[in-house]
Write a protein that binds this ligand. Structure first.
Ligand code: MLC
Ligand code: AMP
Length: 467
């Protein structure tokens, strides 16, 4: 069973999101009603605001044996249109969208809770999570229930994670970090998740002081927490009191690792994952928390490095195989075949070396057209396409540049269209935010006379460097 505690709800709070709580009994009742409503559907959208209703809808859809399509509530028109057309959800929880029946979670305790349907097949799709590629619109990664269950159990082993743990986080609920690891993880253990609503160091400190034992966050959040801990001893104490501070979704710079230890007395545990694979590696709770490493493969996950012939650097592309893998990209057998080879190895595109004790060190990524900003993966191609829809843009190339706060920031190199008034940079950012989503907006716009191109006319992005 994905959530054994639903069968016999403990007399306790199951989750707290943005200041509201659900007990296990309330969650069980709401889940029963959602499952009854959803019965027989293949895919159901969930408008993934951070709320208790979102979590109840997700768990209810899973209980019905349908797949959840988490929808970013800030998704712009193009992105939302694409995701809805591609995933074709039979109904959508929490939002009224054109042509899609709406459903809402009912938390009012009227009548007996409907019985839960029998446990669905472990190979049944549980989620379709949209993730960016280098070109084109995001692809829907189809994750089976088996991947969720085995991965959460592997993490429980690595982190000594039990029903006594309370996971604090502020992660979006439309990606696997916040949704699967941060929210379903505690529910599978029978513990509690405490989502603070909107990320702020004070809110994280409050939640840890109120009984939080683990913190899950992306490096941008850890960096902001380190700044806050440096300035405020209360925040430093609250972080220092946690059982485990966990970082993932992007590389935690060694300097941040060291600052957090200096201010809080705690060393961060890093884990490495991906939408398509869930978590692949992690430093164990009792392991050596070395800065710059993401630990060994989790139990059950096979990992190897594919090295170029003759390359003596020790660097190779990370390939993974195991029960944590997705089933493929929805409606994209071509993309699935490109990512998963004949022997079942998933090619991550991440470049790494191995320490002598098997710890993985991520040193880069194969594609220069993928950007990780604030822990969100963003494809250069989707932003270029959005910018080309702007009347003032004749040509454009998008790159990622190092950013102290976000890890990388999105930079748009734009050739203006002659005869069209040049818009303010902010207007181009708004244009992308409106079509795609705010976190994909360019943070810097550089107007250029021409883009550097090779003899074949292809843009040479390596020649686009900050002035
Ligand atoms: C700003 N905003 C705009 C805007 N400019 N909106 C429209 N148009 C514009 N021009 C709004 C934003 O929507 C947002 O609203 C607010 O202003 C600030 O936006 P921001 O500057 O983009 O973000 P910030 O607040 O700085 O957020 C930083 C952050 C965020 C760290 C909180 O980046 C974040 O939540 N990251 C988590 C990413 C994550 O979970 N990744 C996991 C992927 S899974 P508002 O209302 O929101 O404030 C994965 C696998 C694995 O990677 O291993 O885990
Ligand atoms: P996503 O496609 O949003 O699921 O992002 C997955 C990618 O995030 C991986 O392929 C890595 O490039 C990156 N990533 C996740 N965790 C880490 C980590 N701990 N260190 C470095 N990169 C990471």
């Amino acid at each position: 069973m994905l959530f054994p505690h639903l069968a016999d709800p403990p007399d306790a709070v199951a989750l707290r999101v943005a200041g509201r709580e659900l007990t296990w009994a309330q969650l069980r009742a709401a889940v029963g009603r959602v499952a009854a409503r959803v019965a027989g559907r293949e895919r159901v959208g969930v408008w993934a605001e951070p709320s208790v209703e979102t979590v109840a809808a997700v768990v209810g859809v899973l209980a019905a044996g349908a797949a959840v399509v988490p929808l970013n509530p800030k998704a712009g028109e193009r992105e939302l249109e694409h995701i809805l057309a591609d995933s074709d959800p039979a109904l959508v929880y929490g939002a009224s969208l054109p042509g899609r029946p709406r459903a809402d979670v009912d938390l009012a305790p009227t009548g007996a809770a409907p019985p839960l349907p029998p446990e669905p097949d472990p190979e049944a799709p549980a989620f379709v999570v949209y993730t960016s590629g280098t070109t084109g619109p995001p692809k829907g990664a189809v994750l089976p229930r088996r991947a969720i269950a085995t991965n959460l159990d592997a993490l429980a082993g690595a982190w000594a994670w039990t029903a006594d743990d309370v996971v604090v986080h502020a992660l979006p609920l439309f990606h696997v970090h916040g949704l699967v690891i941060g929210t379903l993880g505690p529910l599978r253990r029978g513990g509690r998740s405490h989502h603070v609503g909107r990320f702020a160091p004070e809110a994280i400190a409050d939640a840890l002081e109120a009984g939080g034992t683990m913190l899950f966050a992306v490096p941008t959040m850890h960096r902001r927490l380190a700044d806050a801990a440096e300035a405020d001893p209360r925040i430093a104490r609250a972080l220092g009191g946690a059982r485990l501070l966990v970082s993932g979704s992007a590389a935690l710079p060694a300097t941040e690792h060291e600052r957090i230890e200096r201010f809080t007395g705690q060393r961060v545990v890093e884990r490495y994952g991906m939408t398509e694979t869930l978590m692949n590696t992690s430093v164990r709770a009792d392991g050596d928390r070395r800065p710059g490493t993401v630990g060994p493969p989790l139990p059950g996950v096979e990992l190897r490095l594919a090295r170029e012939d003759g390359d003596e650097s020790g660097i190779g592309e990370i390939l993974v195989r195991g029960p944590n893998l997705f089933l493929g990209y929805l409606n994209r057998p071509d993309a699935t075949a490109e990512a998963v080879d004949a022997d079942g190895w998933f090619h991550t595109g991440d470049l790494a070396t191995l320490d002598p004790d098997g710890y993985v060190r991520i040193v880069g990524r194969r594609a220069t057209d993928l950007i990780k900003s604030g822990g969100f993966k963003i494809g250069a191609g989707e932003i270029e396409n959005a910018l080309l829809e702007h009347p003032a843009v004749a040509e454009v190339a998008v790159t990622g540049e190092p950013d102290a706060d976000l890890g990388e920031r999105i930079v748009a190199w734009v050739v203006a269209r002659e005869g069209v008034p040049r818009p303010a940079d902010e207007a181009l950012a708004d244009h992308v935010a409106r079509l795609l989503t705010p976190h994909k907006r360019p943070r810097v716009v550089r107007w250029v006379d021409a883009l550097p191109r090779n003899a074949l006319g292809k843009v040479q992005k390596t020649r686009l460097t900050a002035p």
